[in-house]
Write a protein that binds this ligand. Structure first.
Ligand code: GUN
Ligand code: ZN
Length: 447
């Protein structure tokens, strides 16, 4: 065997459980070559990265006895071990806004969201919220997220401090917003650019962190600000960019009024150079087939936020049509429009959204969407999202029978596909027995 043999001096972690990961999108037909499942499986992790994933018997036999003795062992037999869940769109400052009764998007923003974000002018508010949110993400099995901060540069510092302390792979950016918002949340094209540049220097590429240019959405930026962001994005192809697109009919009508010379909402972003690989747009509900194709051709991604979309009455994202058009799609909570941090509950609602379009999302494809699909949407699949050798060992351990209802239901399943589907519909954060980051357990109730 020519494979490099790790030594006991390196940090070894051995996990036994039901290992599931994806190598590709199973598509609407559940293509079985898209995943690997080891019913009695193992992960062998060396220095925080996957060394091998496979059947327990083979991995155990391959481990030199001294390495096996030195390894930290986690016995998760009969539990599902998946790559860490990926939330492709979340507003950490909105943790205290979840479940605010409101009409639709624009009123909800004015009545709840902007006042909550204004409180982030005080650094300690940002610091306490960032600690809370990062802990809650891990408790829900989410190990990577694409995160909106507020307009205050120090809100990004607070989030990245909390993420770096836990060695997380995270994306975050300062919101850029220089019109149509309260005065105390307004930057300008020059200060927004300077603040973003300073944050890029401070954080981008530090450990596992990456900076994301974050114009809130077209209505809250002047053409000058959009132009400045586009220039920065063009100059730095290593950056990500996140914003919102086509969430709500009143929002879309407003964009048409503000940018009458542009042919569509998407065309506003395309015109200012905000459309390309590593741009992630939240929602993308009300798009034409041609717009989906344009986004796909540009390499951009859509964040599918079903709990938020149902909560705010925005509509149902068409996952089947979007992926058929070749669009990258990740799953997202969109807290605080979304109703919680659980990507498992979010998957249940993704299924409901898919039914509205008469193209039901299967369990096999659903767990792809929550793991490798999200990593691909964020262009992070070289690092996370699967258990291929060399990937960072972020993973979640799920209990199939965390509630009496799940246990009862699982007794009536025959296939993996049935079990995964039932877990996506009946499961929630009570299923999360452990969350591991770079091999180390950071949350959960298991030993
Ligand atoms: N569009 C612009 N800002 C926001 C936001 O904070 N949440 C949601 N759901 N949509 C937005
Ligand atoms: Zn959002």
């Amino acid at each position: 065997m020519t494979q490099h043999q790790p030594t006991p001096a390196q940090a070894h972690v051995l996990v036994r459980g039901q290992i599931l990961h994806y190598l590709a999108d199973p598509g609407p037909g559940d293509d079985p070559s898209a995943w690997e499942f080891f019913d009695d499986g193992a992960l062998w992790i060396v220095d925080g990265r996957i060394h091998a994933a496979g059947p327990w018997s083979a991995i155990n036999a391959n481990m030199p006895p001294d390495v096996r003795r030195a390894a930290v062992f986690h016995d998760h037999r009969d539990r599902l071990v998946l790559p860490g869940l990926v939330d492709t769109h979340i507003h950490y400052p909105q943790a205290g806004v979840i479940g605010s009764f409101g009409r639709q998007l624009l009123d909800w923003l004015n009545d709840y969201t902007f006042p909550a974000e204004a409180r982030f002018a005080t650094y300690s508010v940002a610091e306490r919220t960032a600690e809370f949110v990062v802990e809650r993400l891990l408790a829900h099995g989410t190990t990577t997220a694409s995160v909106f901060a507020t307009v205050h540069a120090h809100s990004v510092d607070a989030f990245f401090e909390a993420a770096a302390a836990r060695k997380l792979r995270m994306l975050c950016g300062k919101v850029l917003m220089d019109r149509n918002c309260p005065d105390n949340l307004r930057d300008d094209a020059v200060s927004g650019r300077a603040d973003s540049q300073a944050l890029i220097e401070r954080w981008h590429g530090r450990e596992r962190l990456r900076y994301t240019l974050t114009p809130r959405f077209a209505p809250t930026s002047t053409p000058e600000q959009l132009q400045a962001v586009g220039e920065l994005f063009a100059a730095r192809p290593d950056l990500h960019l996140q914003t919102h697109l086509a969430e709500n009919p009143a929002e879309i009508a407003w964009v048409r009024e503000l940018f009458p010379e542009r042919s569509s909402y998407l065309d506003v972003y395309a015109h200012y150079g905000l459309l390309g690989p590593r741009s992630i747009y939240g929602h993308c509900i009300h798009l034409s087939p041609a717009e989906r194709r344009e986004m796909a051709a540009a390499g951009a991604a859509a964040a599918f936020c079903p709990t938020s979309n149902f909560f705010l009455g925005s509509g149902a994202f068409d996952y089947a049509a979007s992926t058929a058009a070749g669009l990258r799609v990740g799953l997202a909570t969109d807290v605080g429009g979304g109703t919680g941090f659980s990507l498992i509950r979010t998957l249940g609602q993704a299924y409901e959204a898919s039914q509205i379009h008469a193209a039901p999302l299967s369990g096999m494809r659903g767990w792809y969407l929550a793991t490798l699909g999200g990593a691909r949407a964020l262009y992070l699949d070289e690092h996370i999202g699967s258990f291929q050798p060399g990937r960072e060992a972020d993973f979640v351990v799920l209990d199939w029978a965390a509630t009496p209802e799940l246990a009862w239901r699982m007794d009536n399943t025959r296939t993996l596909a049935e079990r995964l589907f039932a877990l996506m519909i009946l499961g929630d954060e009570r299923c999360v027995r452990a969350t591991h980051v770079l091999g180390e357990k950071v949350a959960g109730t298991s030993a």
